[in-house]
Design a protein around this ligand. Structure first.
Ligand SMILES: NC(=O)c1ccc[n+]([C@@H]2O[C@H](COP(=O)([O-])OP(=O)(O)OC[C@H]3O[C@@H](n4cnc5c(N)ncnc54)[C@H](OP(=O)(O)O)[C@@H]3O)[C@@H](O)[C@H]2O)c1
Length: 334
């Protein structure tokens, strides 16, 4: 059966082209579950894969899309049956396994999660990898004893996918959130998500050369890396926690050990793609329960077609221009 997919090809002169082509299920990688993808979403990693980043995708041609939500078409695993509504985020989907920017995926059953109660497939993709990443960050902090009484939490890259999700989740969980953004026009959006204070990027871009700063925040969820991550560590209260999730500014930072050995600050990492299924199930359960942010999802999301994704949004996310989450309508429901 032919289906439509975004197809990234490498030209002989090392350039990368995007086209929407027709493929067949037999050409997909092996796996126990074939899923008809109704929705996907755009993540920073997808844009890197779609523009030829071989740290993400080794071999082309390829279909990116690290998130997918849809309906089981064929299952060779007893846990899933034709017609089940399911989601896949991370693992190797969209990296070296053809991903959610095609109308069908074929994946191992071990990657598949049943759609949580109370959410539509589209809403699951508004959450997607960005929501899972922010939630794992908060989950890890709380496992180490973080609580709203300990002080404010900074979120950087505040208007982006992970940032928007982190603000909504932290606010829902009762935290005071300081949102750090480069977009001066985003005040209303960030307040709607639950930010108590909004600061410019310079707020967490210290160049004093000091090893420690006057402590400001109890913790942070950082998407930026580089000097921003360093500043977050230096200005964190004793026993605070900084979660590193991203590198939109830089993958490198030039730290000293002082925040760790004098203030007992913890640096926590999130690698959502490789997060064990047991933790994923805890996270999706919390989305249905104490971290239910359904009331925010419509405002966070913009729905686009595969064509619009290819022509516009892949480039926009690389330029840091996206506010919130881009949800991709992939296959028609019927
Ligand atoms: N660890 C994981 O499992 C995981 C999962 C998902 C994403 N990530 C990573 O997290 C990062 C964010 O991903 P995303 O999908 O949320 O991307 P996104 O939607 O593009 O958000 C990134 C945001 O960062 C801010 N920003 C952009 N360039 C910046 C710069 N040079 N300096 C400071 N801020 C800048 C912008 O927000 P403002 O304009 O509001 O400042 C932008 O909207 C990426 O590095 C991605 O690879 C990691």
């Amino acid at each position: 059966m032919p289906f439509k997919a975004l197809w990234i090809t490498e030209t002989p002169d090392g350039k990368f082209e995007r086209n929407i082509i027709e493929r067949v299920i037999d050409d997909l990688p092996q796996g126990e579950v074939v899923i008809k993808v109704l929705y996907s979403s755009l993540n920073y990693k997808d844009a890197l894969s779609a523009t030829g980043n071989k740290g993400i995708t080794r071999k082309y041609p390829h279909t990116p899309g690290i998130d997918a939500a849809g309906i089981v078409e064929i299952s060779r695993n007893e846990q899933f049956a034709t017609g089940d509504e399911v989601i896949v985020t991370g693992y190797d989907l969209g990296m070296n396994t053809c991903g959610g920017f095609g109308e069908f995926i074929r994946v191992p059953a071990a990657w598949v999660v049943r759609k949580p109660h109370g959410y539509t497939l589209k809403e699951c993709m508004v959450l997607g990898t960005a929501g899972v990443t922010a939630a794992i960050g908060l989950h890890k902090m709380e496992l180490l004893g973080m609580s709203p009484e300990r002080g404010p939490i900074v979120v950087t890259g505040a208007t982006g996918g992970v940032g928007s999700m982190a603000i909504a989740l932290l606010a829902k969980a009762g935290y005071e959130v300081i949102a750090v953004t480069g977009k001066s026009h985003a005040q209303e959006y960030l307040q709607f998500l639950g930010a108590a204070k909004i600061e410019d990027r310079e707020f967490v871009n210290d160049h004093s050369g000091k090893a420690l700063l006057r402590p400001h925040w109890a913790g942070a969820i950082d998407t930026v890396g580089g000097n921003t991550l360093l500043t977050l560590l230096k200005g964190c209260k004793p026993e605070g926690m900084v979660v590193s999730t991203g590198l939109v500014s830089s993958p490198k930072f030039d730290a000293t050990v002082y925040p760790f050995i004098l203030n007992g600050v913890s640096l926590l990492g999130v690698g959502s793609a490789e997060t064990p299924m047991t933790t994923r199930l805890v996270i999706w359960d919390k989305f249905s329960d104490i971290w239910n942010i359904k009331d925010k999802l419509n405002a966070i999301a913009k729905e686009v077609t595969l064509d619009e994704l290819s022509l516009t949004y892949i480039d926009s996310i690389l330029q840091g221009k996206i506010m919130g989450r881009i949800v991709v309508k992939v296959a028609a429901d019927k």
